[in-house]
Design a protein around this ligand. Structure first.
Ligand code: HQG
Length: 181
């Protein structure tokens, strides 16, 4: 697989594992959102363009994902974060005092008014470092990095979940817990 093919398969995998599994005849475990690698492989092979893809190709995409979007365990694969349709269960945890969220300048007024909302996903995505937040926020215009005061979020009764690789999730983040970094 060349990098362009990897990216294209990665996008297809996020579609299946985060958003519309049923559309591809895949059913995900309701708890962790996983399915057997073979099931994902068959769903991808069913796309005329990718009939020749192998398990090794999928493993390569997983290994080379700079954000570690996927996790493979015991013959099963799942998206680590980013789900829209099904609400995957995560273990609640205690994040560092400060987390970051990357967004864009146009969204800022609404965020400072209403706080961070999951929008089309199940959770708001936050990170321990600014690297991941920069990647996320640069996708839609002029980057703005927000600093999140996590103790204050917890005081509002909101729970944090750890998705691994420095990514934290929350149902929402009130506006008074966000400040421009
Ligand atoms: C914004 C990608 C107005 C929020 C990324 C974001 C990440 C508001 C957008 C991961 C708002 C939602 C998740 C409010 C939040 N008013 N705008 N009240 N509350 N927003 O894609 O965090 O490459 O659902 O700031 O890199 O950008 O796909 O969330 O701009 O890691 O693996 O609404 O997905 O990773 O956008 O991205 P998203 P996100 P992948």
């Amino acid at each position: 697989l060349n990098p362009a093919m990897e990216q294209s398969i990665s996008k297809l995998m996020t579609k299946i594992l985060r958003h519309t599994p049923a559309q591809f005849g895949v059913s995900l475990n309701p708890e962790d959102g996983s399915c057997p690698i073979d099931v994902l492989l068959e769903a991808i092979q069913a796309q005329p363009k990718w009939a020749g893809i192998t398990t090794e190709d999928i493993e390569q995409v997983v290994r080379n994902s700079e954000k570690q979007r996927f996790a493979i365990e015991g013959g099963r694969i799942r998206a680590r974060y980013g789900h829209s349709h099904d609400r995957v269960q995560y273990t609640a945890g205690h994040p560092p005092a400060v987390l970051y969220h990357g967004t864009n300048k146009n969204a800022l007024p609404s965020i400072l008014l209403k706080g961070l909302e999951p929008m089309n996903r199940q959770y708001v995505h936050l990170s321990e470092g600014t690297g991941f937040a920069t990647l996320a926020g640069s996708r839609r215009g002029e980057l703005v990095i927000l600093k999140i005061d996590t103790s204050r979020v917890k005081e509002a009764g909101i729970v944090f979940y750890y998705a691994g690789n420095e990514v934290w999730l929350a149902d929402r983040v009130p506006a008074d817990c966000c400040s421009v970094a």
